[in-house]
Design a binder for this molecule. Sequence first.
Ligand code: PFF
Length: 453
Amino acid sequence: MQARGNWSSKFGFVMAAAGSAIGLGNIWKFPYVAGANGGGGFLLIYLAIVATIGFSVLMAELVIGRSTQRNPVGAIKRLQGGKWWPLIGYAGIITAFVILSYYVVVAGWTLAYIFKSASGLLATTDDKALGGMFTGFISDPVEPVLWAGAFTALTVFVVIGGVNQGLERSSRILMPALFGLVVILCIRSLTLPGAGAGWDFFTTPDWSKVTFQTVIDALGQAFFSLSLGMGTIITYGSYLSRDTDVVESGFTVVSLDTLIAVMAGVMILPAVFAFGLDPAAGPGLTFITLPHVFAQMTGGVFFGPLFFVLLAIAALTSAVSLLEVVTAYFVDELGWKRKTCTIWAGVVAFLLCIPSSLSLGVWSDATLFGKGFLDIMDFLATNLMLPIGGMAISLFVGWVVPKEMMDDFCSGNPKLGNLAKVWLFFVRIVSPLAIFVVLLNGLPFVAPYLPWN
Ligand code: PFF
């Protein structure tokens, strides 16, 4: 067996896991999904889901990883998962490709926006022009694909470096820098004339806008944002040494991720209202609103490119974790060389991203249920595969290996005993049941047939 890497410290692990969690999901996706779902009500539901289902599933993944020191497939096999439970691990590998297929596309946009904002191309407060530039760019058949390719190559390069050199080092300095810049942008956004309406929209629930769709969007967003349901956290946890405390680390990762998502909401939504834009405008929200903010902000010429550099890096540390799930499986289970399997996985991810990118332009007519390829991939991953994966991981830890996992949760600290009992109750019953009910009610092709609807 090849030697496995290890995080150099608990801090290194927390930064890397936070690096996986914090990415486009927080800064690009959260504000527009919250905007499309009416703001405040979505925020409250999201926070409730993160604190209960999110935290319990994250802990389930962490203990599986740390106790077995294996990739998800190997970990579940080792925990007597029999024939069926390891399917969770295989499904995770497929999910990684599904997510990568559009993640690298949007990450490519952020790379392009570094150069566009540095060249002064975006230096206008004319929202129509900014919107036109964004739509023109993403619907181009060539340019965004090249940027996605460049981003995929960067991801492959970092993953080949292995855990210590690659993942950890890149997360340590850059995540705090991103945090600092988001704070500055929150202040700027909140002090714009007319920002108050956006603040109210984001913090005051309007329950008339909340439906089951809101709940399923919040659930999917929580899984996506926390990198849960496909074995990423199992994989990262497997590089933790067995004596590291997981409860504190898990809590820190969940808190940091949620803090950044909420701050991204504060950074974007008040500005959206101040400029009279539509909060439900969808995926372009961040890419149209922020250039406007930079264009009329002191130091905007500097902050603009810097922001997109840091966002690209946040996306990189997340994409790296997606690819690492694939690599860890091929290295651990099939004995492949790290470099070979990572390059192959990168090639597949790049090929899959081409239809995603083209579905926003020349292939926009090719739809299924009214959705293009990119939207279908996002729907499959966020609304189906991650929640179902999370439900399965929860059931596995709660019912198949509860005793070992309880001990592992406590990591020899008897004070955690009561917390472990509450946690077990969640992973056994509350989380799987809640996910099941939300999925049933939120899925457009199931919900209408339910007897209570
Ligand atoms: N959590 C990442 C984000 O919010 O951008 C995306 C992601 C990474 C999802 C890794 C799932 C995953 F396994």
